[in-house]
Ligand binder design. Structure first.
Ligand SMILES: Nc1ncnc2c1ncn2[C@@H]1O[C@H](COP(=O)(O)OP(=O)(O)OP(=O)(O)O)[C@@H](O)[C@H]1O
Length: 251
């Protein structure tokens, strides 16, 4: 559960960014956050992950307050954030260093996560030898191997070409909610309304300055979802109109 307010303090003064932003991400729920650029989505993810402290309010994870970075919350970034001088398996192993496991066990867990994301056989590839889609799969494996309860994703498909993004989107739910994954909730920031409808159980719309939650919209389409389905497009159109009305009113 999240309920926070936050301002940046710079030499230019105090800039309120989030005001009373509050929502829940339940068990087995995929929640998307959608908002105009500069509204504070990335700031909100930093607060949820414990990297930034809210001025007011708190983030509760299974009833416990998040007071700093925790292995229970993993993050995936738009630009993958892999170390170029490490191989795929070494990048994934990095997320296990805090666990003080024997080296072989670390390697075994990293390898099995790479298999889960479809990269079995590519363990020794360096990021530069992989496509964007493969790099993002490594980042997903690295996020999952830490055994998080919550997975945060900051525009995870935005750097991928359309076809690669479509393929990875189709698989991502099966991967993050698979038996091998410990993830219970996913919170994704996205600008892409079709993507949000394809993946989400709930959409949280932020708007205004400072940003507040202007609407929360459940997406109740059966899965698997296809953008070629007319009811899918009706939901997309409805969400577009909710977003434009709500964001306009919040200005
Ligand atoms: N470290 C910082 N110091 C001061 N102001 C900041 C800092 N980081 C972000 N901001 C400001 O806070 C506001 C929210 O930024 P944030 O990056 O969270 O928005 P966003 O919704 O993720 O944007 P985008 O969609 O463009 O990525 C912006 O006006 C930005 O200029």
């Amino acid at each position: 559960m999240i309920g926070v307010s936050f301002s940046y303090r710079t030499e230019k003064g105090v800039m309120p960014v989030l005001r009373g932003v509050s929502f829940d991400a339940g068990e087995n729920q995929f929640v998307s956050i959608i908002a105009p650029s500069g509204t504070g989505k990335t700031t909100l993810l930093k607060i949820i992950s414990g990297l930034v402290k809210p001025d007011e309010g708190r983030v509760l994870l299974m009833g416990e307050e998040v007071t700093g970075p925790t292995p229970l919350i993993s993050m995936i970034y738009q630009d993958f954030a892999l170390y170029p001088w490490l191989t795929a398996v070494q990048n994934v192993e990095l997320a296990l260093l805090h666990k003080r496991l024997p080296r072989e066990e670390r390697r075994r867990r990293a390898q099995s996560m790479l298999e889960l994301v479809g990269l079995g056989g590519f363990e020794d590839y360096y990021p530069r030898e992989m496509s964007g889609g493969m790099r993002q799969r490594v980042a997903i494996a690295r996020a999952l191997v830490a055994e998080p309860v919550v997975l945060l994703m900051d525009e995870p498909f935005a750097s991928l070409d359309a076809i690669t993004a479509e393929g990875l989107r189709r698989e991502v739910l099966d991967i993050v909610f698979s038996r091998e994954s410990t993830v219970k909730s996913v919170i994704m920031v996205s600008h892409n309304i079709e993507e949000v409808v394809e993946l989400s159980d709930k959409v949280v719309i932020l708007g205004g300055r400072p940003a507040t939650v202007v609407a929360q919209v459940p997406i109740e389409l059966p899965r698997p979802r296809s953008s070629r389905d007319p009811t899918f497009n009706e939901v997309v159109d409805r969400l577009y109109s909710v977003i434009s009305t709500a964001v306009k009113e919040a200005r």
